[in-house]
Design a protein around this ligand. Structure first.
Ligand SMILES: *Cc1c(COP(=O)(O)O)cnc(C)c1O
Length: 355
């Protein structure tokens, strides 16, 4: 970051803050007063601007709408204890991952200063929207899409990068029932599963809905080739404690490299817990479930941080897991991560970015 970028700013006339009920915010439906936008034209990011949040004109021919040329990120900001600062959890990791997604989808890189300074400027302007209610936070959604006016399929030339912010209430992570999916596929070797690319999520809604109709909350995805190895849980990374070892599927191009996953593994190692990142077969998992050796199972992701899994379904059979209050590791890591994110615990790994 050599020099400060020039970001123009147009303020909203009347803030919606006073008319927003923070004690009752539905997830993902309330947005702050402003948003950030930048245009990629002729090989350069231009026209960096903060403007009032609202609808925007888009060409009906934009490839983002037709071919899913769009990528996104998700992270959260929390209020500091004195309420004066916004604490953002590991935003540089999101910046790096956004560029991994961009590369895969044939989109331009976002320079570090563009990502970080636009984020800081927007959060600074809308900091009054960071909820202070217990358990609440400000969800940050950076995204980029092709903005060409062209319905041919080829690498696009024009792109739009945006950031919107959404205050979210406490995520009461009730334990989830999940089903091991052995027909539908989220991602496959050589595909786009490791990218946060729009189409991955659109395609996952239908199989997830089928599982919901059967009484499960979400799926455990298996590898797209053989369906013999577990990969992720819904839009979270998947973790188990089996025989006192923290086990999680190793990263591959069909698994999204979660920042929560990475943080959980780093904390576990720091605490001296044995950790294995490796392939986990459905057979191994079902056997361990039958023998009662799966002590804990959970999803790890920004939305819930840790989502305990209470039941795993496989081929019509349901396996119940130990009670949540016996999950020593998941509960400990959840508490510690929440405390670090909110500035209540020391931050030995320098994960927090203060605005
Ligand atoms: C975003 C995401 C995750 C979790 O990533 P975090 O950085 O921890 O929020 C896991 N799996 C998928 C498929 C995702 O899209």
């Amino acid at each position: 970051m050599v020099e400060t970028l020039r970001i123009s700013s147009t303020r909203i006339k009347e803030s919606r803050l006073a008319s927003t009920d923070f004690s009752n915010i539905p997830f993902g439906k309330v947005f702050t007063d402003h948003m950030f936008m930048a245009d990629y034209r002729a090989g350069e990011w231009k026209n960096l601007r903060i403007i009032p949040y609202g609808n925007m004109p888009t060409s009906p021919a934009t490839p983002a709408l037709h071919y899913g040329q769009s990528i996104f990120e998700g992270m959260k900001a929390y209020p500091s204890a004195n309420g004066k600062e916004a604490l953002v959890f590991r935003p540089l990791e999101n910046w790096k991952r956004m560029n991994v997604s961009a590369e895969r989808m044939c989109m331009p890189h976002i320079p570090e200063d563009l990502f970080m300074e636009s984020l800081a400027a927007l959060i600074d302007l809308d900091r009054g929207w960071i909820p202070t209610e217990e358990g609440s936070s400000l969800y940050i959604r950076p995204f980029m899409f092709s903005a060409d006016e062209f319905i041919g399929i080829r690498p696009s030339l024009d792109f739009t990068f945006m950031i919107i912010l959404s205050p979210v209430g406490p995520y009461y992570s009730t334990p989830v029932k999940v089903k091991i999916e052995t027909h539908y596929t989220r991602a496959v070797e050589g595909g786009t599963g490791y990218a946060k690319a729009g189409g991955n999520y659109g395609g996952a809604i239908y199989p997830a809905k089928l599982a919901q109709d059967q009484g499960y909350h979400q799926l455990i995805w298996t590898d797209g080739k053989t369906h013999e190895y577990v990969e992720e849980s819904g839009t979270m990374n998947l973790m188990f404690v089996i025989d006192n070892v923290l086990v999680t599927p190793g990263l591959s191009d069909s698994i999204l490299a979660g920042i929560t996953r990475k943080s959980v593994l780093e904390l576990a190692q720091h605490w001296g817990m044995p950790v294995e990142e490796r392939r986990i077969s459905v057979i191994e998992l079902v056997e361990a479930l039958e023998q009662g050796r799966v002590q804990e199972a959970f999803g790890a992701g920004t939305a819930a941080t840790i989502a305990h899994i209470e039941l795993i379904g496989h081929e019509g059979k349901n396996y119940s897991l130990p009670p949540i209050d016996q999950r020593l590791f998941a509960n400990k890591v959840l508490t510690e991560l929440e405390n670090i994110k909110r500035g209540k615990s020391p931050d030995p790994f320098e994960w927090i970015y203060r605005i």
